[in-house]
Design a protein around this ligand. Structure first.
Ligand SMILES: [Zn+2]
Length: 115
């Protein structure tokens, strides 16, 4: 069984990583460039910037979702229910929690939910 302190550490580390990734993505977004509006770029450049912006937005959405999942998982750590599947109440194997600390489902439930 994975210890409360261990899973909390894993989640805090993951949270820092996601925060850093979000910051890096935001900085690479051409729309965040203050000169963007006034740069009179050619249509070509605008299209490229638009595409980059959309890709970055999608990546940021996924990261924000992960951030939320981590917060939910941290609350479960506080309640002591972090290794109990949210769906079937079975124990989530320690190996799975070490790999994906923000998970709230066992493998079979996760597979059911994806389907
Ligand atoms: Zn389950």
């Amino acid at each position: 069984m994975i210890k409360k302190e261990e899973i909390r550490n894993l989640l805090e580390k993951e949270k820092q990583k996601v925060t850093q990734q979000l910051r890096t993505l935001k900085e690479s977004d051409p729309f965040e460039d203050p000169t963007h509006v006034t740069d009179n770029a050619s249509v070509d450049t605008d299209v490229r910037e638009q595409e980059a912006h959309q890709r970055i937005e999608a990546e940021m959405d996924a990261l924000r979702k992960k951030f939320k999942d981590i917060d939910i998982a941290l609350k479960r750590v506080e309640k002591g229910s972090y290794d109990t599947c949210n769906r079937c109440n079975k124990t989530i194997p320690a190996k799975r929690l070490e790999l994906i600390p923000e998970t709230i489902h066992c493998v079979s439930c996760e597979e059911d939910l994806v389907r």
